[in-house]
Design a protein around this ligand. Structure first.
Ligand code: CDT
Length: 312
């Protein structure tokens, strides 16, 4: 065993429903309460959900202008979120936060930031795999309009050295794609953090309800093991104005095992002391990339988007 273990007090702050009527201030107060709880339980970093500050608004048909006016942040921190940054500095806690970003040029992104223990933004990610559709589906029980409200992220899958830990980020649907994690693992990510809003009903096909949770878990567990990384995932869940989303926020070790899982569909903090040396065993042996990867045989991954004919 490694005697010089580096560790990280890692927490996930799952959120219950955020309804249309909830103010940014009330949501930030909930995030702050969970940051305090995470700190009291030994955490140094806390992961908040995707689009944490508002209801999951892509479920509603409206114009882009209306969505931007009601649900997007033109500044981060802004007046409502500054107290969260101030608390992070006071408690010496880093965090991940997902929100709808409106750039000064008017570009809308589904964004996440990393903030260090000094309350300074050290990394930004803009969601790349945008699920759903852009057209109105009046026959569907609700909409999934990420392709209407957001542009595809333009920052790639970068990693950031934040408070001496190498972290990568992604957002919700990104977690289902193996490329997401491998690109970050090739930059020696130790921990990948993410938030999600996963409706319990799939409007695109008649997916059995239990698969919504099992496909979520299997994606995270395989990614953690195959890349020798910690993965920490925070849901926004429960019933938002009658629209239910799955919970099951988890922290997954580089072994692929779930080491903490939320039990409720409400605001709930889960926490572990993450041994950052654990992944080294996998990265030095079975997944020693330098020794065993064969990128010359992976060319189709970057040459093709959709599946096509067999290679001659
Ligand atoms: N927010 C988000 O990306 N949710 C998707 C729903 C996919 S079903 C259209 C997810 O992958 O969980």
């Amino acid at each position: 065993m490694n005697d010089n273990k580096r560790s990280l007090g890692l927490a996930v702050a799952q959120m219950g429903a955020v309804n249309l009527a909830d103010t940014r201030e009330s949501v930030v107060a909930r995030l702050m309460a969970m940051m305090r709880e995470a700190k009291s339980r030994g955490a140094e970093f806390v992961v908040f959900p995707e689009l944490a500050l508002t209801t999951f608004f892509p479920r509603y048909w409206m114009s882009e202008a209306e969505a931007q006016q009601r649900f997007f942040e033109p500044a981060m921190p802004g007046p409502a979120t500054q107290p969260l940054f101030d608390l992070a500095r006071e408690l010496q806690m880093g965090f991940y936060l997902g929100y709808a970003e409106l750039t000064p040029e008017g570009q809308p992104f589904n964004t996440a930031i990393l903030v260090d223990r000094a309350g300074k933004i050290t990394g930004k990610y803009r969601k790349i795999h945008l699920p759903g559709h852009s057209e109105h589906k009046p026959e569907a029980p609700f909409q999934h309009l990420e392709k209407k409200f957001f542009e595809v992220g333009d920052l790639g899958f970068r990693v950031f050295d934040t408070d001496a830990v190498r972290m990568g980020m992604c957002i919700c649907n990104d977690r289902r794609w193996p490329e997401t994690y491998r690109v970050m693992a090739l930059q020696s990510a130790e921990v990948v953090v993410l938030g999600y809003n996963t409706p319990s009903v799939n409007i695109h096909w008649n997916e059995p309800a239990h698969l919504r949770t099992s496909t979520h878990l299997v994606s995270l567990q395989s990614a953690a093991y195959q890349n020798g990384i910690w993965v920490a995932a925070a849901a926004k869940c429960g019933s938002e104005d009658g629209h239910h989303m799955i919970g099951s926020s988890v922290i997954v070790a580089p072994t692929g095992e779930i080491v903490a899982r939320a039990l409720s569909e409400e605001d709930e903090v889960i926490c572990v002391k993450a041994d950052l040396t654990l992944g080294e065993f996998f990265r030095e042996h079975v997944f020693n990339f330098a020794k065993h990867r064969r990128p010359e045989h992976y060319k189709l991954i970057t040459e093709r988007t959709g599946a096509g004919e067999p290679v001659a």
